[in-house]
Write a protein that binds this ligand. Structure first.
Ligand SMILES: [Zn+2]
Length: 428
C-alpha cells in the first residue's frame, strides 16, 4: 500500500504514451515500454509474443443537429463501424427506447432515417450487470436499425451519468444486413433529441464519419516472470489488457490492470518474496476489438495449460476494490481453504468479499480449459462515467484505489503461487 512506483508507471503510460487501440502507434510504444519496464524490474523471460490484430481507425467524425435548431452533438463512433460517404449524411431521427419499440414502428417509420436508441443504463444489482444488459444497443443496434432501412444508428452512451461525455466500444454487423454507421452520443444529447421528438418536433441530424478498416497490424502480448523457487514450471498468470480505446488514455481500462500486474511482480522481486511457483505477468493485446491476444496466448501455451495453476486479470478499473471474483472448475476441493485465507488477507483493505460478478475477457480461453480464474472486483461507483470515453484519463484514477487494487493483485498472485497444493485445474 505504500508503493509509489506503480502510480509513476501508470502516469507514464497514460500521459507519455496515451491511448492504445490495436494497430496504433500508441499500442506499439506501450508494448516496447512495458517489456523494457519488466526487464528493468528484474523479471525473467521477458518476451513480446507476436499477435496479428485488426486495425480500425476512427478518422474524423462529427455529428450535429440541423433542425429544429443547430446544435453540436457529442459523439464517439463505434469501433468497427463503417464511415459515412465523404460528404456525410443527413436524415431525420426516429427515437426508440428498445428493440421492441423500434420493431413496432416498422419499416415505414424507419426507412431512410437515423435511429436513436435512447435506452437508459439498465437497473441491476450492480453496475457491471447493468452494463451487460444495456450493451446490446451498442453491439447490435446498427444492424437491427438497418434491417428496417435506417441509414445510421446513434446510441445513448452506456453510462449511468454524464457530463456530456460520449462513450465508444465495439459493435458488430449481422451478415447480409447493410452496414450503416454507428456511434454513441452523450446522454444529454440523446435526451434532448428524445424530448424534441416527443414534443412533435422533427430532429434532423448531419453525421460525418471517416472511420475505416486498414489491413491487419502486428502487435504483441508482453510476458515476464518471477520464476518460482520450487516449482518454476507451474504458473500463476496475472495481467490486464494493454490495448485501449482511442479516446482518453485508457487509464482505468485497462492501463491500471496492466501496471498493477507489472508492479505486483516488481514488488515480489523487491521484497524477495519468491513464491514456490512462477508468477507470469501477461499483458494481453486487442481485448477491446477482437481478443486476438487472448487467443494467441492460449495457443502459445498449448499443452502447458496443464501447468497453469490460476489466472488473474484486473479489468474493472482502479476504483476501490470491493472484493474479488473467482471461477473454479468442478472438483476444486482445496479451494475453500485457500479462498478463506485470501478473504482474511484482503479484508483489511476492504477487498475480502467474494463477489459473483465480472471476470476478465482475456481469461475466457483459460477458464474454458479448466484453469481457476480470479479477478479484483471494483466497487464501480463511478467506473462507467469514465469507461470508453475521453474522461478515462490518469486524473480519474484515485491513488488509494489504485494501490488497493495493486495489493489485491500481489496478494492473489503470491498466495496462489506459494500454496503447498494447487486448486484443481486442467491436470485433474
Ligand atoms: Zn477493459
Amino acid at each position: 500500500m505504500r508503493d509509489r512506483e506503480g502510480l509513476r508507471k501508470l502516469r507514464y503510460l497514460c500521459k507519455r504514451i496515451g491511448h492504445r487501440l490495436s494497430g496504433s502507434n500508441g499500442l506499439s510504444r506501450a508494448v516496447d515500454w512495458s517489456a523494457a519496464q519488466m526487464i528493468e524490474d528484474g523479471l525473467a523471460n521477458v518476451r513480446k509474443l507476436p499477435v496479428t490484430v485488426p486495425h480500425w481507425v476512427r478518422g474524423e467524425e462529427r455529428a450535429r443537429a440541423v433542425a429544429p435548431e443547430r446544435r453540436a452533438l457529442t459523439m464517439a463512433g463505434y469501433g468497427g463501424s463503417v464511415g459515412t460517404s465523404a460528404g456525410g449524411l443527413e436524415a431525420d431521427v426516429v427515437v426508440a427506447a428498445s428493440f421492441e419499440e423500434l420493431e413496432g414502428f416498422g419499416r415505414d417509420r424507419v426507412q431512410g432515417r437515423i435511429v436513436l436508441f435512447n435506452a437508459p443504463f439498465a437497473d441491476a444489482t450492480d453496475r457491471f450487470e447493468g452494463y451487460g444488459k444495456t450493451a446490446q444497443y451498442r453491439t447490435q443496434g446498427a444492424s437491427r436499425a438497418a434491417e428496417l432501412g435506417a441509414v445510421a444508428c446513434l446510441v445513448r452512451s452506456l453510462t449511468p451519468s454524464s457530463r456530456r461525455t460520449a462513450h465508444t466500444g465495439a459493435m458488430r454487423y449481422t451478415p447480409a444486413v447493410p452496414r450503416i454507421p454507428a456511434a454513441g452520443v452523450s446522454i444529454d444529447d440523446a435526451e434532448w433529441i428524445a424530448r424534441m421528438v416527443g414534443a412533435g418536433r422533427t430532429v434532423r441530424v448531419r453525421l460525418e464519419m471517416s472511420a475505416r478498416w486498414l489491413p491487419d497490424a502486428q502487435s504483441a502480448n508482453v510476458v515476464g516472470e518471477v520464476r518460482g523457487r520450487e516449482l518454476p514450471g507451474e504458473i500463476v498468470v496475472i495481467g490486464g489488457h494493454l490495448d485501449s480505446w482511442d479516446i482518453g488514455q485508457g487509464a482505468h481500462d485497462d492501463g491500471s490492470g496492466c501496471v498493477a500486474s507489472m508492479q505486483a511482480a516488481a514488488l515480489l522481486m523487491r521484497l524477495s518474496l519468491i513464491p514456490r511457483r512462477t508468477v507470469r505477468v501477461v499483458l494481453w493485446t486487442n481485448e477491446e476489438n477482437g481478443t486476438a491476444g487472448a487467443a494467441a496466448y492460449r495457443s502459445w501455451i498449448g499443452d502447458e495449460i496443464r501447468n497453469h495453476v490460476a489466472a488473474i486479470e484486473m479489468d474493472m478499473g482502479a476504483e476501490r476494490p470491493a472484493g474479488f471474483g473467482c471461477s473454479l472448475p468442478p472438483g476444486a476441493e482445496t479451494a475453500g481453504t485457500v479462498l478463506a485465507r485470501l478473504e482474511g488477507l484482503l479484508d483489511p483493505i476492504g477487498a475480502g468479499r467474494r463477489l459473483h460478478r465480472g471476470g476478465g475477457t482475456d481469461l475466457g480461453p483459460l477458464i474454458g480449459a479448466g484453469v481457476p480464474g480470479l479477478w479484483p472486483v471494483s466497487a464501480a461507483e463511478r467506473y462507467f462515467d469514465w469507461h470508453h470515453s475521453a474522461a478515462d484519463t490518469i486524473d480519474a484514477v484515485e491513488p488509494d484505489g489504485f494501490r488497493r487494487n495493486l495489493s489485491v493483485m500481489a496478494v492473489l498472485a503470491y498466495v496462489l503461487a506459494d500454496m503447498p497444493g494447487r486448486l484443481a485445474g486442467p491436470q485433474a
